[in-house]
Design a protein around this ligand. Structure first.
Ligand SMILES: [Zn+2]
Length: 255
């Protein structure tokens, strides 16, 4: 796994915990549902679970993030539990060795657009280049709304994800993945989730006017540059984490 470019000895509980706060402050998760994971090695991951004093994603502390193996076992404190949908994370990491972070969220706009069976088209161009590029290259939709708490369901969902960075779960939410150093991968997965949420909001707004959903022409897509990770991930992550710090509850990240 060394060639993947990340260090299995450098855990990133902080990034995973902060990511949960970011998802809450941006409205991509509500209340106590949603989770983020970061790979620690070929067979291990850090995942945001729930302790006996669970207060919801907005109030995530570093201790909510614990290391388990891909089969869900590990030495964890009594009362702390992995998410019931842990198979989302473990199955993707099993089938995609390059994936080092997974975000699962229930953004209301994504859920509404998926239930309406709206097509995930690049409706806008320079307005949101990451969203346009994601949609142009294809956002798959897993048609089932089941709670993904079994491996067979996670395998189905992972097959629909394929080699793409995001998958929409109809009537449920989305899954986004990141690659490379796990702390960067968490940021990358979150920014991808934010892009899909942005697109969903646009889809719903356009549909509400009664106008048809039409993709921007390929010639305009061709004029959208790849802005690179320093802009689309690092700068965006700095913005999102600063927002979480200023707009979030202000409770300490370390209990
Ligand atoms: Zn879920």
């Amino acid at each position: 796994m060394g060639e993947a470019g990340w260090s299995p000895t450098k855990p990133c509980e902080n990034a995973s915990a902060v990511a949960c706060r970011v998802l809450a402050v941006t409205g991509l998760v509500e209340h106590i549902l949603g989770h983020v994971s970061a790979r620690t090695g070929p067979d291990g991951l850090l995942v945001r679970g729930r302790g006996p004093a669970e207060r919801g994603l907005a109030f995530t502390v570093v201790d909510d993030v614990r290391q388990v193996s891909l089969d869900g076992t590990g030495t964890v404190p009594s009362g702390w539990k992995t998410p019931s949908e842990l198979p989302i994370h473990t199955e993707i990491m099993r089938s995609r060795p390059e994936v080092t972070a997974v975000v699962h969220a229930h953004p209301p706009a994504v859920v509404a657009a998926s239930v309406a069976d709206l097509p995930w088209l690049p409706l806008t161009g320079a307005y949101d280049i990451p969203a346009a590029r994601l949609a142009h290259d294809g956002i798959p939709v897993w048609p089932r709304s089941a709670l993904i708490r079994r491996r067979d369901l996670a395998e189905e969902m992972t097959a629909t994800l394929g080699d793409r960075p995001v998958v929409v779960l109809r009537g449920h939410g989305l899954v986004a993945v990141g690659t490379g150093d796990p702390a960067h991968a968490v940021a990358e997965a979150v920014t991808r989730a934010v892009a899909v949420d942005s697109l969903a909001r646009t889809m719903l707004a356009v549909t509400a006017t009664g106008a048809p959903l039409r993709p921007v022409p390929d010639e305009d897509i061709d004029e959208l540059p790849d802005l690179g990770p320093a802009f689309t991930v690092t700068s965006m992550w700095r913005h999102l984490t600063t927002r979480a710090e200023h707009e979030g509850p202000g409770t300490p990240l370390r209990a």
